[in-house]
Design a protein around this ligand. Structure first.
Ligand SMILES: [Zn+2]
Ligand SMILES: [Zn+2]
Length: 327
């Protein structure tokens, strides 16, 4: 009997080791693919982007909220409003697969009607941006635990995904999606145990200000988002809002898996503090007038460092607190 148990344990250990070795090998392969695709694709300048007069960004899902009645989540969703056009950039986590989801509940409380949303942009196919595990399993995006009718919505997704009612378009290359608004196209990054991740960000050109870049998890890395924006446009970068994935210290979450998952590194490697400072310096070189970093994938230490570097130019990302640019 003891012998059988010993063999079973040995078998499990060998299988575990094999699985781990394969995941490391896949990560190294994906890293090569991602680096090659970054070098290979250099976009032409995008002509005729146009401008918007005013841009409003209302975080509907993020870690921090302005009141206890709103629900915070380690995911993100921002309502991007330009005139009467409304874009939902990512749709949060909905960890417990609730209906109505935290997103729908926050929307209701903040007076946002689902029927007013024209467009959904999914930054990347990770659970905290597509509405949870159920959505990931079904290779779709879900606003809530039960089906929501998105017949009136055009959705731009970064890889092959489907949706029961929305009109879906896969985006890989940069594309103007409305007057003054473009996706900068996807940038690939190898993520250990999660595969090659293609992530897109939005660029909104605000009249008299410049480009505001709206980012999901920031797996592309800040430097590459900025470089892509500079390659595409001869327009100064005014601001950056969203996640940059810098979980370096334990802070809000007890078991902060984001320190291991989603880093773009091997599981035994960590994001170092000097990398955060370098990213802040890189962003500062751009003379940004506004920066707002999401707490959903960065720790409080990182947010504090950004606050110190950018001072009055730093804004908190909080559910219920609208950020407006222009006019
Ligand atoms: Zn995220
Ligand atoms: Zn992610």
């Amino acid at each position: 009997m003891m012998k059988i148990i010993a063999y079973v344990i040995l078998g499990v250990l060998i299988l575990g080791l094999l699985g781990f070795t394969v995941s490391v090998r896949n990560f190294l392969r994906d890293t090569k693919i991602a680096e090659a695709s970054w070098k290979e694709f250099k976009p032409e300048k995008m002509e005729g982007l146009g401008t918007v007069k005013e841009l409003k960004i209302m975080p509907l899902i993020d870690y921090y909220t302005t009141s206890d009645t709103l629900t915070g989540e380690p995911g993100s969703s921002y309502l991007v409003s330009v005139g009467d056009q409304k874009i939902l950039f990512d749709i949060g986590y909905n960890m417990e697969n609730e209906h109505p989801s935290p997103l729908l509940r926050n929307m209701k409380q903040l007076g946002v009607d689902i029927n007013d949303i024209d467009t959904i942009v999914i930054s990347h196919n990770h659970v905290d941006h597509i509405g949870g595990m159920k959505a990931m399993k079904q290779n779709t995006f879900l606003l809530s635990g039960e089906e929501t009718d998105l017949n009136h919505v055009k959705a731009y997704v970064p890889e092959k995904m489907s949706h029961a009612t929305a009109e879906v378009e896969v985006i890989t290359k940069p594309k103007k999606i409305a007057e003054g608004i473009a996706t900068i196209g996807t940038v690939d990054r190898a993520i250990w145990a999660m595969g090659l991740t293609s992530e897109q960000a939005l660029a909104v050109n605000v009249e008299g200000k410049g480009l505001v870049l709206i980012v999901g998890c920031g797996h592309q890395k800040a430097a590459r988002i900025l470089e892509r924006a500079r390659d595409l446009f001869d327009i100064p970068i005014y601001g950056v809002i969203g996640g940059l994935h810098y979980p370096v210290e334990e802070s809000r979450m007890k078991f902060n898996m984001q320190k291991i998952l989603g880093t773009g590194k091997l599981p035994w490697q960590r994001i170092e503090k000097h990398e955060v400072m370098e990213a802040a310096a890189e962003l500062d070189k751009t003379n940004l007038s506004m920066i707002a970093i999401s707490a959903h994938d960065s720790c409080d230490w990182t947010l504090d460092k950004f606050r110190e570097v950018f001072r009055e130019r730093y804004l908190d990302v909080m559910v219920g607190k609208e950020i407006s640019v222009g006019r």
